[in-house]
Write a protein that binds this ligand. Structure first.
Ligand SMILES: Cc1cc2nc3c(=O)[nH]c(=O)nc-3n(C[C@H](O)[C@H](O)[C@H](O)COP(=O)(O)OP(=O)(O)OC[C@H]3O[C@@H](n4cnc5c(N)ncnc54)[C@H](O)[C@@H]3O)c2cc1C
Length: 481
């Protein structure tokens, strides 16, 4: 019996026959996440509790097979893709909300809990979980922790790390540890902070203690419509310069507006060059004052229209358009390559104009979607992988955008992580000494490099080559027929 066959047999004894997947046709769906990267894992295992996770990790260690943790597979940097094969450990069966403590405003959840389900469950106590990636109807809290995810409302409330109190992790020797605490205070090194954003390379997160926030007394949502993206960018700078920190400031360009409108009918005007979706929340009087101030600032930049949501349905519709825009881009092209750079907000206009030049040079449309308040850009290069050579053109355009972000004083990732996608570009920001210092953390947590190896740090293989690696799903001419 070869190593993989015997490992599959051992894992079936731990989790049951049904929860080990190993035939090629069943593995196919695990080749992907939301990025351009694909690779076929050797097997997938779906444990139901921490003890099973620990047993699986020990089996993988004995067989020296790498483990790639996986939540919902919505990641946009190839983090859950098993480049080079290995065992995908899917946490989706561990999806219980174990405790909601309404007095202390915290909850303990399993990693496979879908982000929005936590806020829905906390609603009856007047509480919610603040980090809200636009993928929140699908992505898991475990994936959010691993990527330190953000979302539209992270401008005022902070990203995932600001809402994680502690977590249970299974380390690569199969031991289980609790890092951090269940309260905001803890002593000693902040190992919780190290685990958040470590992209599954240091441990498998099996339980998470999160902060819950009290739902605000009042919320106002405003749609500001502009003819030109430059006016919308100036309005963002104006709002921030006035010292206002809204809960969210999202920007969409003309391409995003038409795609979202066709898909969702959110009421975005089709003739707009750009829209801003601004939300303010808090105490009723403060919200009223800030909304007026924001309207005044937007007025300085000749908006076509400023519209306030007048009901909860109105507000939800406006957000549905924003949160559904990536899916809606599928109406314009079969593939998009979504880039995730963050820049100083003052450089918004300059960088957007650079992106427009890159679009012209590449011959591919680039749709701009921004968490504008925190300078987090999501230019999406639209392409068709069936056209020979077009994937490379799209990835090269993405690489140029990332360089532009770093050159403007920004960073490689605002929220989607480095994964496979951006490892080649780490030297744009970090010296070899910086990266060596970061990678010295690994031996403190893991006995051998078997947790999501080949992610984050440069492997010497260009991304375009990584993403074009062998996979079962057909790509190139003839795919989707
Ligand atoms: C339409 C769309 C919109 C999006 N919007 C946003 C947004 O607004 N903000 C944002 O930040 N992101 C966004 N994303 C990206 C993505 O949803 C997030 O990165 C999310 O946190 C990934 O969660 P997941 O459960 O899908 O994780 P996966 O994609 O399955 O995994 C992501 C990474 O986490 C690791 N991992 C997963 N679970 C665990 C665990 N239990 N223990 C250790 N490691 C683990 C994996 O190994 C991998 O490295 C969006 C994606 C899509 C498709």
């Amino acid at each position: 019996m070869d190593k993989l066959t015997s490992m599959i047999a051992d894992m079936k004894l731990v989790v049951g026959e049904t929860y080990v997947i190993h035939t090629v046709e069943d593995l196919l769906v695990f080749e992907y996440d939301g990025s351009a990267d694909k690779a076929l894992p050797d097997a997938v295992v779906l444990p139901s509790n921490t003890t099973e996770v620990a047993s699986i990790v020990k089996i993988a260690l004995e067989n020296e097979i790498p483990i790639i943790a996986r939540g919902a597979g919505t990641g946009l940097s190839g983090g859950a893709v098993a480049k080079g094969g290995g065992l995908v450990l899917s946490l989706t069966r561990m999806n219980k909300i174990l405790e909601i403590n309404s007095k202390d405003h915290m909850a303990i959840v399993e990693p496979g809990v879908v982000n929005i389900d936590l806020s829905h469950s906390a609603e009856k106590y007047g509480l919610y979980y603040a980090p809200d990636p636009s993928s929140q109807k699908a992505c898991t809290i475990g994936g959010n922790v691993a990527e330190n995810s953000g979302g539209p409302h992270c401008l005022a409330y902070g990203v995932t790390t600001n809402h994680i109190l502690g977590m249970e992790v299974v380390l690569s020797d199969g031991s289980t540890q609790w890092l951090g605490s269940n309260t905001r205070e803890f002593q000693g090194y902040d190992l919780r902070g190290i685990m958040v954003g470590s992209e599954g390379t240091l441990g498998i997160v099996t339980k998470i203690a999160v902060r819950l926030l009290k739902k605000p007394e009042s919320v106002r949502t405003l749609l500001a419509v502009f003819k030109h993206i430059e006016q919308a960018s100036s309005a963002v700078s104006g709002i921030i310069a006035a010292g206002i920190v809204p809960a969210a400031i999202e920007m969409m360009d003309h391409i995003c507006i038409s795609a979202a409108e066709a898909a969702v009918k959110a009421g975005y005007p089709q003739d707009a060059g750009a829209i801003l979706l601004v939300e303010v929340d808090g105490l009723t009087e403060e919200v009223a004052e800030e909304t007026e101030e924001i309207e005044r600032i937007c007025d300085n930049y000749n908006p076509i229209e400023i519209r306030k949501a007048t009901s909860m349905e109105d507000r939800e519709k406006l957000w549905e358009g924003r949160k559904g825009v990536l899916g809606a881009l599928g109406r314009l092209a079969p593939n998009y390559y979504l880039v995730d750079g963050t820049i100083p907000r003052t450089k918004l206009m300059e960088v957007l104009s650079g992106i427009s030049d890159i679009a012209k040079k590449s011959g591919l449309p680039i749709a701009n979607l921004l968490h504008a308040g925190d300078g987090n850009l999501h230019p999406s290069v639209l392409y068709d992988e069936r056209i020979p050579g077009q994937t490379k053109v799209a990835l090269d355009a993405g690489a140029e955008i990332l360089k532009l972000c770093v050159d403007s004083g920004g960073v490689l990732s605002g929220e989607h992580g480095i994964g496979l996608e951006k490892q080649e570009y780490m030297p744009l920001m970090f010296t070899q000494e910086d990266m060596d210092a970061m990678s010295k953390l690994k031996p403190a947590f893991i006995t051998m490099d078997m947790l999501n190896p080949g992610k984050i740090f440069p492997t010497g293989t260009p991304h375009v080559q990584i993403s074009q690696g062998p996979a079962v799903a057909r790509t190139g001419a003839g795919a989707y027929k």
